[in-house]
Design a protein around this ligand. Sequence first.
Ligand code: ATP
Ligand code: MG
Length: 299
Amino acid sequence: MIHRKLLKVLRVPPGSKVDLDDFDPGLDIHPELRAIDKDDLKALASEKLRENVAELAEAQELLYASDTYSLLIVLQAMDAAGKDGTIKHVMSGVNPQACQVFAFKKPSDEELDHNFLWRYMRALPERGRIGIFNRSYYEDVLVVKVHPELLDRQKLPPGKRDKAFWEKRYDDINRFERHLVRNGTVILKFFLNVSKGEQKRRFLERLENPEKHWKFSAADLAERDHWDQYRRAFEDCFTATSTKWAPWHIIPADYKWAARALVSGVISRAIQDLDLRFPELTPERKKALAQARRKLAAE
Ligand code: ATP
Ligand code: MG
């Protein structure tokens, strides 16, 4: 099945050196896709999204009932890559009670008074729940690396902000994630890989369509000027932090329908791979249930 094969090629192998030029933001991500017409592919993708969303809803109920694992979904991307829409569509079947989304913006003064992982730690999902980070601690090795002056606000002890400094941050992140995984958090990281041309098209749409004006921010355009620096920061980050325990997935994001089908596929597979079962009742619990049944029947 092509969907399965695709899910595999999206994953960044731990220890590999990432070059984003090797990852097409469009549909050229697997030779078998070339033979399929784009409209057919679109229809297949929306069918797959529907299936994945239904599977995810079931898997999430098991996750909740077994109360052992939690799932942390990390989303990173350039602006207008479709993070919000992906969250909305992929999670559309999930029970809102068992799910939480945090969007991380520029850190507050209070947050800057703590270590860089602090604000994210406080937002982690508890067992049984799915937590989504719309931006995450990775901003601290992405936007902050592209704009090192942001480090001045972080009130760190003195020291060089050289290559070794960033290597240590990656190391902190890897160890932090390993700690979480060992304690039952499944971590899935996604980079929505939008091309510079498609970002321009989406920005223009925001500028031209009055209903989309609210989405446009001049700051996004300023970040676009740093496109190449961001690419390098992303590449270094994926090279250093795609681990066996918390892999990165590079999702082609020029076609929203493709991105949504693929992200939902990875998430649904990951929960199913946990092979969860509804909890077995103890003999006492079974007895209590039988009693309750008799009592109600006798009313
Ligand atoms: P949207 O534009 O769709 O509402 P967004 O995630 O782009 O979503 P914005 O408020 O536009 O939200 O941008 C948030 C900004 O905060 C981004 O530019 C991001 O890089 C920045 N940011 C997030 N985390 C950090 C951090 N730890 N340090 C500095 N800047 C950060
Ligand atoms: Mg924004």
